[in-house]
Every structure is written in structure tokens, then in C-alpha cells.
Design a protein. Structure first.
Length: 457
């Protein structure tokens, strides 16, 4: 007699109280809207990669790989050449800002990650890196869902990452067009946040160490962990930073590795963005410098400067405030960081996903405001705070959330679709409309976190 058969060789059938066999569990039908989105997303990626490939493969490979030449290179080509210098035991960073070639500003660990792509050549390496960027961008939308569902377990919340993506797609396009790192770094942020809010704070901090090792500016997350007393997350972050630093030292040798880190510091300390401005930089340092500079002459060529904004954009240029630029920038930075400290509640590693998403979103906004290198292709970093605002608008029509989403639409999204884009770019861009929008978003979220903190404390 086989297993499951009765004494007569028959297989018993389970029946319901009505005498009929139970129905198989129903499966939810495929979400046609989500399928349509992913089809459109893949099409967006393919079109982007094809366009990029036409440019990348048109370049003379022998010039890109000849490190003795001083070339005008694309963003990824500058990454590739820095990684090539690392592979050949040369200095990756050069503080000579008079060179034509774009200086490397990423951490040595990023160039170490690029080493497996070097044999592909610069064009194919860029294509592979671009494809990986779209892959992690899609994974970000997937990983963000469970974080949001821990706050509001509503099945419809799966659309909120897509909504945030749609509102910021113009900036995502800039990041992918120039092969920038925002898609990768924001994915690592959400992956770490997911681990932190699901009871694995050490792993969360470990993952958060990777964006810091790659681009440095996300180091703003470290003082947040200290302020909140999130010691396990902080421990994971410090271990991760030690491991990434150690990987560079093992690959380069201790002496050369230390030299690479010193070169990075020397290059950044002489960065012209710290002492001048341009309308394409959207942070507070650029806004202050553009207001007090004696003449409107940015460090990067732009058609906007041909319109003669001297005395208009830099309306305080006739004062002596330029002599106190360092003090003004320091005070502005302290004000932003102090606001973060007041708005973020001190608490150890816990699973309060709502609070973590809001506070990290605020700190990432602060990162955009205090960095002298905030280009618009960095604005995908707005997505954590925007997703929280969309969630609270969707769930309870919170006033702060409605205001936050409205400001994103009015100051970030819609300006890209202006009726007269050239005129809009010259006026809105020159007068830092995007940067002013960031300030408003920071103020709205900080006020919300402060009021909610006060109600809990």
C-alpha cells in the first residue's frame, strides 16, 4: 500500500463541510500596471544605453588608455583612467587643476571596484557599468517597498517608489546619461536601511559604509548614528570602512595606498568649487558664493554667463562679504547640521522604519545642501524623503507631506518641462531655483520631524 492510500488502495480526498473538495488557493492576477512600468523602464534603459554606446565607441581607445595625454574626457572616462592609474601603480589623483582632464574625486575603493572592468576597454566598460546602474536602480524600487510597508502595510504602497521615480526621472536621466553613481549609492542606502529596520543594525551599518568609501559625502550618516546612539549600526559602519580601506592597502601596498588617500585629500582641498561658484552647483555654498562674488564668472563654461548677470545675480558683490566667505559657509553648515540634530531623536538601534526613513532623508537633504558639488544628477538622493512624504500623503493626507510633494513638483520636477526651456535654464538655473527648492524641502521635513519628536518625547 502506497503512502497516502487507505486499506483499499484509494487515496482519501479532503472535503469541505459542504461535501466538495477545497478549491486551490487563489493567486492574485498579475498587476498589468506594474508590468507596463517595468516594460517602460527596460525600454528607457535600452534607449539610454544605445545612445551612450554611440558616443563611447566613437572615441579613440588608444587616446583614452594613454595616460601620458591630457585629454577632455567624459565622466566615466575619467573614472576609467583613474582606475588604470591604480592598476599601473601610479598616482590616481593630481592636484593640478590647470589640467584639461577632469580630476578624480571618488574614493580609491571605487577605482578598486572598477579593476575587473579594465580589460574590457573604456567603451565596453562604460556599457557594462551603465547596465549595472540600471539594474541597481530597478532593485532600489524593489528594496524600498518592504521598508515602506513596514510603515504602512498597504498593498498599494508598492506604487510609491515608482511615483518617486517618476517625479525624479529627469534627474535619474542625468545621472545615467553621465554614468554617475547616484543609482548605485541610493541602492546601497536603501539596502542598509532595510537591514537596519529589520533587526540587523550591524549589517545595515556595514552596507552604509560602502557609499562613504565610494563617494565620501554620505559620511553625513555617521554623525547621525552617533547622535542617535545607534552603536551597533555605527560599529558595522566602522568595520566596513576599515575593510574597504584595507582592501585598497592590500591591492596597492601600504605605502602607495596611503599615498592615494593623501592624493585624494590634497586634490579635494584644492577643489575650485570651494572658492568659486557656478549655477550648475545647487548647494548652499554655491548659492552664497554666487551672491557675494564681485563678478559673475563661474569655473565651468556656460551660456548663461553670456547674458551678463553681473550686479544682478551677485547683488552683494559690491560689499566686502567675499572676505568672509569661509565664515559664512561655516555658519551655514553649522545651521544645517544643528537643525538636523534638533529634528532627529536620540535613540539606539530600533526598528522604527518611519523615523529612520524620515531622519536619514533629512540628513541626505543636508548632504545635498552643504556639499559644494551638488549637481542635479545627485537629486535621486531626494527619493528617501520623497517616498516617506508620498506614503504619508497616501495614508493620511498629512499636511507636511502634501507640502513636501508640492514643493518637489513645483521646484524640481516641473522646471525641466518648462515651455521655454532655454530661458528657464538661464533664469531659474542662474538664480538657484533648484537650490532654493532644496532649502524649502529641508525646512518642511525638519519641522515635521521636530514636531513629531516633541509629541513623542
Amino acid at each position: 500500500m502506497a503512502d497516502g492510500e487507505d486499506e483499499h488502495g484509494r487515496t482519501p480526498v479532503t472535503v469541505t463541510p459542504t461535501g466538495r473538495p477545497p478549491e486551490a488557493p487563489r493567486r492574485d492576477p498579475p498587476d498589468k500596471g506594474m508590468i507596463a512600468f517595468w516594460v517602460a523602464f527596460i525600454a528607457f534603459a535600452v534607449i539610454n544605453l544605445v545612445h551612450r554606446g554611440r558616443t563611447a565607441f566613437a572615441r579613440d581607445v588608444s587616446q583614452i588608455t594613454d595616460l601620458s595625454l591630457d585629454l577632455t574626457v567624459s565622466d566615466f572616462e575619467s573614472f576609467y583612467r583613474a582606475a588604470l592609474r591604480m592598476a599601473e601603480g601610479l598616482d590616481m589623483y593630481f592636484p593640478d587643476w590647470a589640467r584639461t582632464e577632469m580630476p578624480a574625486k571618488k574614493g580609491p575603493f571605487f577605482e578598486l571596484l572598477l579593476q575587473p572592468l579594465l580589460p574590457l576597454g573604456p567603451a565596453m566598460a562604460e556599457m557594462v557599468f551603465g547596465a549595472l546602474s540600471f539594474a541597481v536602480l530597478g532593485l532600489t524600487l524593489v528594496v524600498a517597498r518592504p521598508v515602506l510597508q513596514r510603515i504602512e502595510p498597504d498593498p498599494r504602497s508598492k506604487w510609491l517608489p515608482v511615483a518617486a521615480f517618476a517625479m525624479l526621472v529627469a534627474f535619474v536621466h542625468l545621472a545615467t546619461r553621465y554614468t554617475q553613481l547616484a543609482p548605485l549609492l541610493v541602492f546601497l542606502f536603501f539596502a542598509g536601511l532595510y537591514m537596519l529596520t529589520t533587526g540587523r543594525p550591524f549589517l545595515g551599518g556595514l552596507v552604509w559604509s560602502l557609499p562613504i568609501a565610494i563617494q565620501i559625502t554620505p559620511i553625513v550618516l555617521l554623525p547621525l548614528l552617533v547622535w542617535k546612539g545607534a552603536w551597533r549600526s555605527l560599529g558595522g559602519m566602522l568595520v566596513g570602512l576599515a575593510l574597504t580601506t584595507g582592501a585598497v592597502l592590500v591591492h596597492q601596498g601600504v605605502g602607495r595606498g596611503i599615498g592615494q588617500f593623501h592624493g585624494l585629500y590634497a586634490g579635494l582641498s584644492q577643489d575650485t568649487a570651494l572658492h568659486t561658484y557656478h549655477e550648475r552647483f545647487q548647494g548652499v555654498p554655491s548659492m552664497i558664493m554666487a551672491t557675494i562674488a564681485p563678478t559673475y564668472e563661474g569655473g565651468i563654461e556656460s551660456g548663461a554667463q553670456d547674458l551678463g548677470w553681473n550686479g544682478v545675480r551677485n547683488f552683494l558683490g559690491s560689499t566686502n562679504l567675499i572676505d568672509y566667505q569661509g565664515l559664512l559657509l561655516a555658519l551655514a553648515t553649522l545651521l544645517i547640521l544643528g537643525t538636523c540634530a534638533l529634528a532627529c531623536r536620540r535613540r539606539s538601534d530600533d526598528g522604527d522604519a518611519r523615523r529612520w526613513l524620515g531622519e536619514t532623508g533629512l540628513v541626505l537633504l543636508a548632504m545635498l545642501l552643504i556639499s559644494p558639488h551638488t549637481w542635479k544628477h545627485y537629486f535621486w538622493w531626494l527619493s528617501p524623503a520623497l517616498m516617506l512624504a508620498l506614503l504619508e500623503w497616501h495614508a493620511s493626507r498629512r499636511v507636511w507631506a502634501i507640502g513636501f510633494v508640492a514643493v518637489v513638483l513645483l521646484t524640481q520636477t516641473l522646471p525641466h518641462y518648462a515651455t521655454l526651456p532655454e530661458v528657464w535654464a538661464y533664469t531659474y538655473g542662474v538664480f538657484h531655483g533648484y537650490g532654493i527648492g532644496l532649502v524649502l524641502l529641508f525646512a518642511i521635513l525638519a519641522a515635521h520631524l521636530w514636531l513629531s519628536r516633541a509629541s513623542v518625547d
